[in-house]
Design a protein around this ligand. Structure first.
Ligand code: ACM
Ligand code: ZN
Length: 777
């Protein structure tokens, strides 16, 4: 018989009673995040009252269950102020008993029975019990309470996906063992069971490899780091760090206690510049190389023609396999430029020796990459392991047993599933948590770009009935979010980027799709956020801000502003640009805005005022008028569609916010109906440019007018030269002035870049034209 922690429990009890309001009883609420599959409350039956004498029981001799029990006492201590006794011989009454006897097809299923005598958590495995523990923990009252009543109920729950992943890049910035454990704690809270640990990249090698000591003595430290988005300025401060093999084992064990498998990623054959800095003979040119100081995709990759590289892969993976019990080892495979291979005699000799040929599907160099990935796969398969690779591994033909990690959209995953390969879905537009989570990017810590709000994460549905047969869809084994840390130097910022998006991820990963409901999720989220507060997590608070939906109403010629908050907190607003305070107008119904103004609004709660929402709304003669487009919008960037161009709202320097719509291969050709003959003298547009992303300025603007909407006559036009490499990114404004003319219909045409210039990587291909607000005066 084992009993422990009674003594400390009693001491903590005394302290707990002194420090929290012991006289008040709290009631548990099982509607947590992720929402359990079935919650059957036993109406009228007496629930279970937790008190300091409650024991936590586990099956004798089951070490994993004993650890579950200890973790449960930790969680309960946090919620009650006292520590319960863990025992393998619990009393008949007043106990929470953990067993793993549930007979269920889903290995992570659990059942919780709550009655007057106690709580039983029965799992299909110890992991299943752990998720029952998480549900119990999250069901506890928000304020710590000494007495908690758990309503009588039966809960039955199981996850949708067996692979529920979260990725963390510790190469671009290094994070300590303590911080990595804090990351793992976050995963446990969200029922996530795979930690994809991105350990190596161009900017730093972070895992000790005994056979190659210089990987960490040299490759773990870069001399300095570029400031911002490759600004050309540097911080002058060395950045480094790595995990010893003992530390790796410690982290793997810490995760395993929380039923989380650590999947290491050794990214190859690209993203290897830090390794090349340590061992330059592994590169095509022989170096010298430095641990990279800037962000991007380095051309310096492993030489695929050098047998020393094969031995390197062999040796590194052999040590990795010893450290990580995970069935899966991630071998990267993403973003491997082929420029060095094309001119490397060794790589070309390998291509000839292997008889690799370019054809319509793949180049010889892409096939050489497949050769390397397949080589790594053979090594790992021989050790009883399987590989995961990013979706680029499709490009030279898939390694035979590889699992594909689809990140550039879902297409790679769909293709791999069709070929009978397992797939993990991490499309950037839903699951790249390094992207901005708000459109208000000016008030955010600098991020890589993009826009992935909580709602977008939540909306992902990997059910692909129109793309995959049922058999193929079974290959979609899971969903994962990724956190790349180029612009995330501190762990506080890691927390900010992860939370609460991880809560939305958890429901995508765990819940059956027909039970998902974003409105309901938002009602349950504040209780999870209270746990974030207790843990001291630096979560993003956007979800508590005023959410504004601004929609042009072309019938009434107004912009309709609908303001909401997650918890229906009172909202106050101003239209004159002043700060809303508690004497400002109370929002009661959607606002109809019919003239230029600055709308500002905030939620007012007992805890204080939220951040202020602000939007400048500018009316011109085109605003809120009917508009037609004569050429199609690019479907990837259509957002709210054509109304975006006349909604009085201007996009900022981020083209992905929804304020911009894009044309590619086609041009903007818009006809605005002013409603009646109107005198006008100028017309213009804004464009948003991001040349590195193939987003170019317009090549020509023209304005034509018509009285009947059919026959137009041009009143002004201007052509613009192709962009130079040195031309600025960001917002560009183009306005054409002309002799005053009276007309009802105005056609504005802006030509897109139909062939990008020769200095650009995409030369000859069409560029994207992002346009916003049409201005007619
Ligand atoms: C990736 O984001 N390069 C997989
Ligand atoms: Zn080479």
């Amino acid at each position: 018989m084992k009993k422990h922690s009674m003594l400390t429990g009693l001491i903590a009890l005394a302290l707990g009673l002194a420090s929290c309001s012991a006289d008040r009883t709290g009631t548990a609420d099982y509607r947590v995040v992720p929402l359990p599959n079935q919650i059957a409350l036993a109406e009228g039956a007496r629930g279970f009252a937790l008190d300091p004498r409650t024991e936590i029981g586990y099956t004798a001799g089951n070490a994993a269950m004993e650890r579950n029990a200890e973790l449960l006492t930790d969680y309960l201590a946090d919620a009650t102020g006292y520590r319960l006794t863990v025992t393998d011989t619990p009393a008949e009454a007043n106990a929470i008993v953990l067993t793993a006897s549930l007979d269920d097809a889903n290995a992570e299923a659990y059942r919780i029975e709550v009655g007057a005598d106690g709580i039983r958590i029965d799992g299909a495995s110890e992991a299943g019990v752990f998720y029952g523990i998480q549900t119990l923990r999250k069901a506890m009252p928000v304020e710590p309470r000494a007495r908690v009543v758990f309503p009588a109920a039966t809960i039955y729950d199981f996850p949708r996906f067996a692979y529920r992943g979260a990725h963390f890049d510790v190469s671009r910035h290094f994070f300590s063992v303590r911080e990595v454990k804090r990351f793992i704690d976050m995963l446990a809270l969200h029922n996530i069971n795979r930690f994809h640990w991105h350990l190596t990249d161009d900017q730093g090698w972070r895992i000790e490899i005994k056979a190659y000591p210089e990987l960490t003595t040299v490759g773990a430290t870069r001399p300095e780091t570029v400031i911002g988005h490759n600004s050309g300025k540097y911080d002058g401060t060395p950045h480094g760090g790595f995990y010893t093999q003992d530390e790796v084992r410690d982290i793997v064990a810490y995760a395993a206690e929380r039923h989380i498998t650590v999947i290491p990623e050794i990214d190859l054959p690209g993203h290897m510049q830090a390794a090349l800095a340590a061992y330059p003979e592994l590169g095509c040119t022989g170096g010298p190389y430095e641990v990279w100081k800037i962000w991007g995709i380095s051309d310096h990759v492993l030489c695929a023609g050098n047998d020393k590289v094969l031995k390197f892969i062999d040796d590194v993976l052999a040590e990795v396999v010893e450290l990580f019990p995970s069935e899966y080892i991630h071998v990267g495979g993403d973003e491997c430029p082929k420029v060095r291979w094309k001119s490397c005699p060794k790589c070309q000799a390998r291509i000839r020796a292997l008889g690799l040929k370019s054809d319509a599907k793949h180049s010889a160099e892409e096939r050489l990459q497949s050769y390397i990935i397949s080589y790594a796969e053979r090594l790992l398969n021989a050790k009883g392991r399987r590989i995961i690779g990013w979706d680029e591994i499709l490009e030279g033909g898939l390694a035979p047993n590889a699992t594909v990690h689809s990140w550039r959209g879902i297409e790679g995953g769909v293709e791999a599933a069709r070929q009978g390969h397992d797939v993990i879905m991490s499309p950037t537009s839903f699951f790249y948590f390094d992207y901005y989570q708000t459109k208000d990017t000016q008030n955010e810590p600098e991020a890589i770009g993009g826009y992935v709000p909580v709602e977008k994460v939540y909306s992902f549905d990997p059910n692909l009935p129109e793309l995959l047969t049922a058999d193929q869809a079974r290959h979609i084994i899971g969903v994962q979010a990724n956190l790349w840390t180029e612009y995330i130097p501190t762990f506080a910022q890691v927390e900010y980027m992860e939370l609460p998006r991880m809560a939305a991820l958890a429901e995508v990963q765990w819940m059956q799709p027909e039970q998902k409901d974003f409105a309901d999720f938002k009602r349950r989220l504040p209780r999870l956020v209270a746990l974030y507060d207790r843990a001291g997590y630096n979560y993003a608070r956007h979800i508590f801000d005023v959410e504004a939906r601004l929609v042009p109403d072309t019938e009434r010629r107004v912009l309709t502003a609908t303001l909401t908050t997650i918890d229906d907190a009172p909202i106050r607003y101003t239209l004159d640009g002043s700060e809303p305070d508690d004497s400002s107008a109370l929002y009661e119904e959607p606002l109809s805005i019919d003239a230029s103004c600055t709308l500002r609004a905030a939620a007012f709660r007992p805890s204080g005022r939220s951040r202020v929402f602000g939007e400048r709304i500018l009316f011109n003669k085109a605003s809120m008028k009917p508009i037609e487009l004569l050429q199609p919008i690019n479907p990837q960037y259509s957002f709210e569609g054509k109304g975006t161009l006349v909604d009085g709202l201007s996009g900022n320097g981020n083209y992905k916010t929804g304020r911009w719509i894009a044309f590619v291969g086609n041009d903007l050709e818009a006809v605005v109906d002013l409603g009646e003959a109107t005198e006008i003298r100028s017309a213009g547009i804004n464009t948003c440019v991001e040349k590195g992303d193939w987003v170019f300025d317009t090549r020509g603007l023209s304005v034509a007018v018509s009285d009947d909407g059919k026959r137009f006559r041009e009143v002004a036009s201007e052509a613009y030269p192709a962009m130079q490499q040195s031309d600025p990114n960001g917002v560009h404004t183009h306005t054409l002035a002309f002799e005053p003319v009276t007309a009802r219909y105005v056609k504005v045409t802006a030509l897109s870049e139909h062939a990008m210039p020769s200095w650009h990587g995409g030369h000859g291909r069409p560029g994207y034209l992002f346009v916003d607000e049409i201005t007619i005066e």
